[in-house]
Design a protein around this ligand. Structure first.
Ligand SMILES: [Zn+2]
Length: 430
């Protein structure tokens, strides 16, 4: 069995291999600023095909599932034993950063490449995976590729989910990329607890904490769940801005502002009362450009609400508070709130044993690390499917979901060392 220090050295030697894949993917999906890789688009598939080509060059086994997820396998000594899997998504938000997701897919291949360089045959298969549709911006729900990999997306969704930019269904896009949505309706899922012993995901942090703590990596403690209203709207009445007195107005902007500001107060109160790791975001808030005007009372406002938390109790409280406030404000301001579909996910605890492998690898290699909760990632889908999952987060600059997101290659390599050490530990663990 290979020791972690030798593996770490081989991973460091693969820095330019990783960098070349990052730059090639960036060039293949460059937008006006940043990168745009819509889930199941040419740019998204191009990013995956870079990985496939390099995996083949390394002599790894490569395979696509019916959804177009890519698997790259370094065969182990016992081919029948449950594999250790690592990877992430290759799609991005519009004009997003190159490393959100792609760093994790590249990282998993770098670990396999380093094992190849050392001529190591691990005790069990090590598998890298590249997935699609993690970003909810494309189909309105997140983790589409990982859900398909573990069989956690009902078949009807293939025809119901519509991509935001094209208006066409998930099934159509999967077929257009050369894969088989009909097989997804019948075939058993490719990734199960019976064939996969652990799932480890490297992901950029997407926040400021590791910069502040001055450490390159963190081991995630849990994945926040969400309570989201992606299609909420407030309906009132358009009116003359000067001629309509206050008591006759049905002003949807002021009503929605009140709702949002009272939800912010609720969030702060809950935090003060000890609810851990909670966040609240109103990412969209707009009037209709076809109808709005400075001289009109706004009769319609569309908006989104998005709470995140590691506590299910907080999620329930937030959902109840949204409904309670919407009802109250609708009456006091003579408007109607149509909150629309409530989507989201439960918080996901990560596996203590696999988290321990990551912590031990960081400590054993002398890499400074931190522990913190993180946001929704593909790892949560594997965890919910019963596969022990854990995540290593890598320090990155300028947040994420914006074109200025970036990451130091040296920090990435530290993260891959931790990932690789933990993958070997998981492979050795029965
Ligand atoms: Zn991501």
């Amino acid at each position: 069995m290979i020791d972690q220090a030798s593996l770490a050295a081989a991973i460091a030697d693969r820095a330019s291999f990783a960098e070349a894949m990052f730059e090639e993917a960036r060039a293949a999906s460059a937008d006006v600023e940043g990168v745009t890789r819509p889930a199941w688009s040419a740019a998204d598939m191009a990013a995956a095909r870079i990985l496939e080509r390099e995996a083949k060059a390394l002599g790894l086994e490569t395979e696509w599932d019916a959804a177009g997820n890519l698997y790259m396998t370094l065969p182990g000594q016992d081919r029948a034993a449950r594999a250790v899997m690592s990877g992430s998504h290759v799609d991005s938000v519009p004009r997003g950063g190159n490393y959100d997701g792609y760093a994790g897919a590249v990282a998993s291949l770098v670990v396999l490449a380093a094992c190849r360089d050392l001529d190591v045959t691990p005790p069990v298969d090590l598998r890298a995976i590249a997935m699609h549709g993690e970003e909810s911006v494309w189909y309105g729900i997140a983790y589409v590729g990982s859900r398909l990999a573990v069989g956690a997306l009902p078949a009807a969704e293939l025809d119901r989910l519509v991509r935001a930019d094209s208006g066409r269904t998930l099934a159509e896009h999967i077929r257009e990329c050369g894969f088989d949505p009909d097989a997804l309706r019948k075939a058993p899922p490719p990734v199960t607890p019976a064939n996969t012993r652990a799932f480890l995901e490297l992901h950029i942090e997407q926040g400021p904490v590791l910069i502040d703590r001055n450490v390159p990596v963190a081991v995630a403690t849990a994945i926040r769940g969400n309570v989201r209203f992606p299609y909420a709207r407030c309906l009132g009445a358009y009116d003359h801005s000067a001629a309509c007195p206050r008591e006759y107005r049905q002003d949807t902007v002021l009503a929605t502002v009140e709702l949002v500001s009272r939800l912010e107060r609720f969030w702060h109160e809950q935090e003060a009362a000890g609810a851990p790791d909670t966040v609240f975001t109103v990412g969209k808030f707009f009037t209709d450009p076809a109808e709005h005007a400075m001289t009109k009372v706004p009769g319609r406002t569309d908006f989104t609400l998005n709470f995140g938390a590691t506590s299910k109790d907080f999620q329930e409280a937030a959902r109840a508070e949204i409904h309670r406030l919407a009802e109250e404000i609708a009456v006091s301001r003579s408007v109607t709130f149509e909150l629309g579909e409530c989507v989201g996910s439960d918080p996901t605890p990560l596996d203590p044993v696999v988290r321990g492998h990551l912590r031990d690898a960081a400590a054993g290699l002398g890499i400074g690390s931190h522990e913190m909760a993180t946001v929704g990632h593909d790892a949560s889908i594997f965890a919910r499917a019963g596969i022990p999952a854990a995540m290593v987060l890598v320090r990155n600059q300028n947040g994420s979901h914006n074109p200025h997101e970036t990451m130091e290659l040296a920090d990435f390599i530290e993260g891959v060392k931790v990932l690789g050490g933990a993958m070997l530990a998981a492979a050795a663990n029965p």
